[in-house]
Design a protein around this ligand. Structure first.
Ligand code: NAI
Ligand code: MG
Length: 364
């Protein structure tokens, strides 16, 4: 049997710095747990532009399509701001998402108890929080036609169209139900069926797909009420599924319940491949952080947690993912903090590699 394949695209800025720590973790799982990946590395974003004149070479795209999972660092930086829109580093990432047809974006909001004080909410509201927002990523108002700014009589009118087909709703709903089955079997769907026809259809289709998942307790909530409930008592939720626009807002909101950008992983999943695994891209939520790049200050945890998501959702290694998360929890409980996890009076931060090494030690 061949080993599962993992394509690593470190990208720009702090991307390569945090990815170097993930490489150590991947090596640890190979050496100590016998979980061996066929790892290859390639360029994306500005790094690819510098060499190829394009932010994603066709060969890299083909490798991504063939890989069992792709792990990406971050793209972009001030050096590339002058480039034409068509070759900007971000276009590399957008091409990956589009051509892999990654319609289901998973954004966890998970509270590490050692960081509960870091939240803007009361400690008991967030302690132990572990929820997942599933955002539809390839359709909805960001893509619907007609769109544009038009002249109407003697004034301008800006138009965007919220548009969802039944099959687009059904496939993201299915991915959310599958996720709920692996978690607490509780799914809340959010839309605004009270004022939007696309929301009425969303609710109908999610309910229909739910008939295939009788074990999952399905509820529906208007997205504005959902925003209130997320800040009031987030632990009432387990998995939330919603459209592209509401998901953009609600996933940012939920993520910030628990702390720093340096802690936030994500997964974007597509249709199952021939081997049953979904097409998958894992990446931290943060960008290339040019303000701290090259200084060893970046927090590698967001990228390491993205790898934990890959273990869980692409490679069926939920227990090993939990082992990695527990190691991170321990390191944080022991007091290790990168600079982004410290207040102004915080003491001495650990470096990017210091944090990676501490997590390795905790794994041992
Ligand atoms: P950013 O996420 O790169 O940085 C925002 C702030 O958070 C900065 O102060 C940064 O130092 C800090 N930060 C981010 N990640 C951190 C980490 N792991 N550890 C410690 N501190 C961290 O967002 P920004 O500044 O808006 O964008 C910078 C560049 O990144 C731009 O070129 C932007 O286009 C690109 N970008 C790329 C993304 C991606 O690759 N997915 C996402 C967001 C932005
Ligand atoms: Mg956003």
């Amino acid at each position: 049997m061949t080993n599962p394949s993992l394509l690593i695209l470190p990208g720009d800025g702090i991307g390569p710095e945090v990815m170097a720590e993930v490489r150590k973790i991947i090596d640890w799982f190979g050496a100590k747990r016998g979980i061996v990946f066929d790892v290859s590395e390639d360029l994306v974003g500005g790094a690819a532009y510098d060499l190829h004149g394009t932010p994603l070479h066709d060969d890299t795209m083909a490798k991504a399509q063939a890989a069992d999972a792709v792990l990406l660092g971050a793209v972009g930086g001030p050096k590339y701001d002058v480039l034409d829109f068509s070759v900007k580093p971000e276009r590399g990432l957008l091409r990956l998402r589009k051509e892999m047809d990654l319609f289901s974006n998973l954004r966890p909001a998970q509270c590490f108890d050692a960081l509960a004080d870091f939240s803007s909410l009361k400690k008991d509201v967030v302690a132990g929080l572990d929820i997942m927002i599933v955002r539809e990523l390839t359709s909805g108002v960001y893509f619907g036609e007609p769109r544009g700014i038009f002249k109407e009589g003697n004034e301008r009118v800006g138009i965007n169209t919220q548009r969802y087909t039944e099959s687009e709703i059904a496939r993201v709903a299915r991915s959310a139900f599958e996720l709920a089955m692996r978690r607490d079997k509780k799914l809340c769907s959010m839309e605004k069926a009270n004022v939007m026809e696309s929301g009425i259809l969303w609710r109908e289709v999610v309910t229909e797909v739910g008939k295939d998942y009788p074990e999952v307790e399905l509820s529906h909530m208007y997205a504005d009420a959902g925003a209130m409930q997320l800040t009031r008592w987030p632990k009432q939720f387990d998995v939330i599924v919603t459209d592209n626009l509401f998901g953009d807002l609600l996933s940012d909101l939920a993520a910030m319940l628990t702390g720093s950008l340096g802690m936030l992983p994500s997964a974007s999943l597509g249709a199952p491949m021939a081997n049953g695994r979904p097409k998958a891209l894992y990446e931290p939520v943060h960008g290339s952080a040019p303000d701290i790049a090259g200084q060893g200050k970046a927090n590698p945890i967001a990228c390491i947690l993205s790898f934990a998501m890959a273990l869980r959702y692409s490679f069926d290694q939920g227990e090993e993912a939990a082992r990695l998360e527990a190691a991170i929890e321990k390191v944080l409980a022991d007091g290790a903090r990168t600079a982004d996890l410290m207040g102004p009076d915080g003491g001495t931060p650990v470096s990017t590699s210091g944090m990676g090494d501490a997590i390795l030690a905790a794994l041992d």
